[in-house]
Design a protein around this ligand. Sequence first.
Ligand SMILES: Cc1cc2nc3c(=O)[nH]c(=O)nc-3n(C[C@H](O)[C@H](O)[C@H](O)COP(=O)(O)OP(=O)(O)OC[C@H]3O[C@@H](n4cnc5c(N)ncnc54)[C@H](O)[C@@H]3O)c2cc1C
Length: 400
Amino acid sequence: LAIHNVVIVGGGFGGTKAALILARDHHFNVTLIHDHPDFRYYPTMYQTAVGVTKSVASIPLEEIFDKLPITLVNDSMSDLDRHAQLVKTTSGKSIHYDALILALGVQTNYFGIKGLPEYSFGIKTIDDAEKLKEHLHTQLIDDKKPDLNYVIVGGGPTGIELAGVLPSYVRRISKHHGIKKPNIHVDLVEAAPRLVPRSPKDISRRLTRHLKSIGVKLYLKTSVQAETVDALMINNKPIRSHTVIWTAGMTNHPFFATHGFQLSTRGKVRVDQYMQAEPGIYVIGDNADSPYSGMAQTAIYDADFVASNIKLIAGGSDPEPYNAKKPIYVFAAGTHWSAVQWGPVHIFGRVGSWLRKLSDLVGYHDYEPWKLATKRLLAEEDSEEVCPICGTSDNNQSAQ
Ligand SMILES: Cc1cc2nc3c(=O)[nH]c(=O)nc-3n(C[C@H](O)[C@H](O)[C@H](O)COP(=O)(O)OP(=O)(O)OC[C@H]3O[C@@H](n4cnc5c(N)ncnc54)[C@H](O)[C@@H]3O)c2cc1C
């Protein structure tokens, strides 16, 4: 076989899926280089900021791979020697590949806006989400009242998800900390004239209506100018806030720009019809300049596609060309309300939220057996009842 050693870098949606598929074929020697020990299930990351157990968004890779023969290297790729076909890591390892799959994901982009890196919160990692949750509690304990404004920046899926659950969560923990009838302001700031601007208008309209109905104030066509320790500057006016959550910007992983990859105008890696950036180097998921890049479903689809082609090539057959697949878009705006964009069919409300649950179940099952996936889905209902700061539980509080 010409391809024996497959090295995958990035244990997210694309990389982990490719590793699972290829490791089931005994012809391949699969190595996954990943810079942290867990797989992050991003679609439910926002839930961990509002009291849901972190197991819904973080799964140890060792658990996912179980007994599969995958060499898991907990390290970070720092360099690539194309001539010698070696991946180099920050700890000094050199790992040889016959085929290389890169799935490094994207990084937060603050567009150079002053103050955001220092003062804003994010929900890209479990640590980010926990930091936000701790801040929400600390602020209520210290000030004995809610923040003047809880401001979410970004009217995309992540901003909407958070806006959908934040008002009820802040109300719940206010009660927990003995604050009666809290006056809570949750603001959602978006630069475009409507929410989810790349989706059809009726989706934006229904999301807007629903968020307003739960008390979220929308600032559309509004760009953020700067953030200070206690305010966010928009339209040359400050919104007083100590809680600004930035969900508005992502940029491609810097590795590609610094290592001679060809980039498209939107900064994604140009790939051919086999998702190769160069012969034998495949780039998938968020990193690739493909029509629906930026979605977990696309990263999974790409992983499946590239793994199948590597198998075909290894078996002496010709690879298949890529056919982009349109994802189903699900925008959760609260525990019991979602908007679903399934081609021409648009579904709203409670039925939408059931479909969202179903998509999480299928999403978990992409990485673990049905039984574990179901258990993880049910954990979405488990709210942590203990305050991360003062350690009291909801029950204690209600008894006070
Ligand atoms: C908060 C949030 C919510 C989302 N919700 C949805 C949703 O509901 N539905 C949906 O379809 N999509 C959603 N997405 C998008 C989806 O998560 C991404 O499209 C998907 O994760 C892309 O998969 P990937 O494999 O390309 O990258 P990732 O899943 O990001 O994986 C890349 C991994 O590579 C690791 N890595 C980076 N650099 C290195 C290095 N040098 N060496 C080793 N490892 C490295 C990173 O730590 C990361 O874990 C969401 C994204 C976010 C941030």
